[in-house]
Write a protein that binds this ligand. Structure first.
Ligand code: SF4
Length: 253
């Protein structure tokens, strides 16, 4: 972790964080991990695959993968080339096939086929950083070692004034200092749910969402506009097109 001592928070910041947590729980009572899995190693694999890919996309790819490789031993006995065809619909599928193979081989050879239950051990696996380790520890083992900071959590933490940072490690430290440890895993689900349903990257439900109006200073600002695709300007149009615009035909027919 980048820091050894957690950042200090004022009583007012802590009160606000607790109120926000309660409001998020009321707003998203069904918040949960949206990756599909039944065994800890499946969650580990699915989370490795979710980097730069949507959970929906991962959930489409994993049923066939999990059926073909039911245990870490099956991955270990295979090769990245045998795993790769199952991941072709995902970004960076070749790298992910290597990461899945190496991490599952390590689980099989170094941890007796069981996904390790400590942050330090998980971080030794290929393709596993704190975010993935937090997902596995929190959801597969009910252990709150940290807070998952993905793109949604980072964005909402900034917009809702929970952190001034963009570095995920520092955002995580701020969230750990603000919220009760027992809620760390749920907190990330709540923020991700709100991020997917209300506070989207290109503009949120700023003025219309009651929770946003109460907790986010952005809600008082003019409505965010979704970025529109840029139209090519005349000056950048291909020369033959620009010439056509500048010299209208003189023909009258
Ligand atoms: S007010 Fe807007 S920016 Fe703030 S959390 Fe809600 S949707 Fe996101």
């Amino acid at each position: 972790m980048p820091r050894t001592s957690p950042p200090r928070k004022t009583p007012e910041q802590l009160r606000r964080a607790r109120s926000l947590l309660a409001a998020l729980k009321r707003r998203h009572p069904d918040a949960h991990c949206e990756l599909h899995w039944t065994q800890p190693h499946e969650l580990l694999v699915a989370t490795i695959l979710s980097a730069q890919s949507t959970d929906v996309g991962v959930n489409r790819a994993t049923p066939a993968l999990f059926a073909a490789f039911p245990t870490p031993a099956h991955y270990a006995a295979a090769s990245p080339d045998a795993i790769a065809p199952f991941l072709r619909t995902l970004n960076f599928w070749r790298n992910k096939a290597r990461a899945v193979h190496e991490s599952m081989r390590a689980v099989h050879e170094r941890f007796g086929g069981e996904v390790p239950r400590t942050m330090d051990a998980l971080l030794t696996l290929r393709g596993v950083a704190r975010k993935t380790a937090n997902v596995v520890l929190g959801n597969a083992f009910g252990m709150n070692e940290g807070v998952v900071v993905d793109t949604h959590v980072g964005r909402l933490a900034l917009r809702m004034g929970l952190s001034r940072h963009t570095d995920p490690g520092k955002v995580e430290q701020d969230l750990m200092a603000l919220f009760p440890r027992k809620d760390w895993c749920l907190l990330s689900h709540l923020l991700i749910f709100h991020g997917r349903r209300a506070c989207k990257a290109r503009g949120g439900a700023c003025a219309s969402d009651a929770l946003c109006r109460r907790f986010c200073s952005e809600s008082a600002k003019p409505v965010r506009k979704t970025a529109k695709p840029k139209r090519p300007s005349t000056s950048r149009a291909p020369r033959h097109q620009a010439a056509t615009r500048q010299r209208p035909s003189r023909r009258s027919d």
